[in-house]
Write a protein that binds this ligand. Structure first.
Ligand code: 6PG
Length: 398
């Protein structure tokens, strides 16, 4: 396109591009011809495209000023407020959209795990659909777009019944999750920054596990032949694991909200850290507020997140904000109950488990990594720091 562009022209890349490519291209176009590349995250799927998406442009202030009226007019609106903000410079918009998708992966996995759990408790599709609908009602803290579509999916009739076998479409869908790369990038970028995002990585890995259907089928056959699990006395097998005393629906709801809190804390922490490293000028409050409408992860919880961030805009992790920490703390017991229930009942719930272990790990001032440091120093003289003295130390442990 370069030969056809003039100085100060603005070019928008509205795909899910990897932010490093955007950084490189924006710099090269600016240097070559003073052309402004806008790396714009766009979320909302097909209906967002028709009715207004959430827009996350990363660009120069010049490009933002040029585009602002157009973007504000085409974006989704929440109480008249356009779901677009100037995210920051260079690849900031694509980075923020990538993390949006990482949180999306975690949220989808939490819902899939809740579905597995309720199904293992013997709930049918209608009942599960109505539970999810209840969780999405006005006033429910769990309200979200993904909750809404999941409630509809659960009770959607099969549109291609084979041989008169009617029923629900969801029961005929192959349980192998695809992915196009943004979740993987989020995990890779979080690792590059040294920031933990375990709910997002658990969700990504759960997709990998799901996608090898043949392997899972062979494993199930082998596992049940080498070690048939004896049903617990007085209880029936439920097909997914050993039946366990049922969990209250409210306990599952609380665990889901707890997990959502952890996923947002992780995702926003990744953005905070990238922004510090790159100097993009990202304002987390504005990012969270353009996720309130139009995008796939829009959720009621974002109201709380936005108001917490307004109070403490520079905190690296949401869980350091007292109001947020208080909410997580009130829900943690339910999350633990759900995780224990899943582990004992052989219901794979990696993302919910990751939420609890993340919370326990970051919430402990003294963890067990002193042993890891000592091991590293023992076998590789990697040195360690001491609690009671400045500097680096090495010991001849043997
Ligand atoms: C959105 C979606 C969109 C796309 C995902 C799907 O915000 O509108 O996130 O970007 O549907 O890329 O990602 P996977 O194919 O990796 O699930």
């Amino acid at each position: 396109m370069l030969p056809y562009l003039d100085e100060n022209d603005v070019v928008i890349d509205g795909g899910n591009e990897f932010f490093e490519n955007t950084e490189r291209r924006a710099k090269a176009l600016m240097e070559k011809k003073r052309i402004h590349l806008v790396g714009m995250g766009i979320s909302g799927g097909a209906s967002g495209a028709r009715r207004g998406p959430s827009l996350m442009p990363g660009c120069t202030p010049h490009a933002w000023q040029a585009l602002r009226p157009v973007l504000e007019s085409m974006s989704a609106k929440v109480e008249g407020r356009p779901m677009v903000t100037h995210v920051g410079l260079g690849g900031a918009g694509h980075f923020v959209k990538m993390v949006h998708n990482g949180i999306e992966y975690a949220e989808m996995q939490f819902l899939a795990e809740a579905y597995a759990l309720l199904r293992a408790q013997g709930m049918g599709n209608e009942e599960m659909g109505s539970v999810f609908r209840g969780w999405n009602e006005d006033g429910s803290d769990l309200q979200s777009y993904l909750m809404e579509i999941s409630s509809k999916i659960l009770t959607f009739p099969d549109d291609r019944p084979q041989g008169g076998d009617e029923g629900y479409l969801i029961d005929k869908v192959l349980d192998a999750a695809g992915s196009k790369g943004t979740g993987k990038w989020t995990v890779q970028c979080a690792a590059d920054l040294g920031i933990a995002a375990p709910c997002i990585s658990a969700a990504l890995e759960a997709r990998f596990v799901s996608s090898d259907v043949d392997l899972r089928r062979r494993m199930q056959d082998l596992f049940s032949s080498v070690c048939p699990a004896p049903p617990t006395a007085g209880q029936e097998m439920d097909g997914e694991g050993e039946a366990r005393p049922k969990l209250a629906v409210q306990t599952v709801a609380d665990a889901l909200l707890f997990a959502r809190i952890c996923a947002y804390a992780q995702g926003l922490h990744v953005i905070h850290s990238a922004n510090q490293e790159r100097g993009w000028g990202v304002d987390l409050t504005s990012v969270a507020s353009v996720w309130q409408g139009g995008c796939i992860i829009r959720a009621k919880l974002l109201e709380v997140i936005v108001s917490c961030l307004k109070e403490s805009p520079s905190e690296a992790n949401l869980l350091l904000i007292p109001e947020f920490a208080k909410r997580a703390s009130a829900l943690q017991h339910s999350a633990r109950e759900v995780v224990v229930h899943c582990v004992l009942g052989k219901i794979a719930a990696p993302a919910l488990c990751a939420a609890v272990t993340y919370y326990d790990g970051i919430g402990r001032a003294r963890g067990p990594a002193n042993l890891i440091q000592a091991q590293r120093d023992y076998f590789g003289a990697h040195t360690y720091a001491r609690l009671d003295a400045e500097g680096k130390f090495h010991t001849e442990w043997s």
